[in-house]
Design a protein around this ligand. Structure first.
Ligand SMILES: [Zn+2]
Ligand SMILES: [Zn+2]
Length: 180
């Protein structure tokens, strides 16, 4: 795909972050911009926004980069539905929007697809609806615990008791299960 197209500045930065130029990153870029406009929001700094992504493909990188809703910060929730759909909430008043990408009605080449995503109106590209789920809770700092098998520390919620009462982390528990 032609990287020399005159891309908007924010898109260039998204593409640099993502690593390549692709239709998926364009969908995410449009979704992030539309969500910011609908919610009158700027890039998140401290969990003013929370996003629910219904896929784990290219577009999510634009959501993370532009909205500041990131996996690491805990204000990005992944639902493994395989849909090009993103829900974004504004914490201050709980307002949220769910954006569902509308594919073109026919097969497009990569170039046609990119042009469509760069040029079409928001309402052609996305169906805007109400969130399908309540606003996720804020990320909480979890206490940690030590695995009795490997001695490594893990989030307390990821350490579970074995039948003999020892506490085990997820990989240790799976390794024990496989060896039986
Ligand atoms: Zn990509
Ligand atoms: Zn362990």
């Amino acid at each position: 795909m032609d990287q020399d197209m005159n891309l908007p500045e924010d898109l260039k930065r998204v593409v640099a972050f993502h690593g390549h130029f692709c239709p998926g990153i364009l969908v995410g870029w449009r979704a992030a911009r539309l969500a910011m406009r609908l919610l009158d929001a700027e890039r998140d700094r401290d969990e003013q926004l929370v996003a629910v992504t219904e896929n784990d493909a290219c577009g999510v990188d634009a959501i993370q980069y532009l909205l500041g809703c990131t996996f690491g910060k805990g204000n990005l929730v992944f639902r493994d539905y395989g849909k090009h759909a993103y829900t974004v909430f504004r914490r201050s008043d709980g307002k949220g929007v769910r954006l569902v990408y509308r594919p073109a009605g026919r097969e497009l080449t990569r170039e046609e697809s990119a042009r469509r995503l760069l040029e079409e109106e928001d309402d052609v590209l996305f169906a805007v609806g109400a969130p399908r789920e309540p606003m996720p809770d804020r990320a909480v700092i979890r206490t940690s615990a030590v695995c009795d098998i490997c001695g490594e520390t893990a989030m307390e919620t990821r350490i579970h008791p074995l039948e003999d009462g020892r506490m085990a982390c997820v990989p240790c528990r799976e390794a024990l299960r496989r060896s039986h």
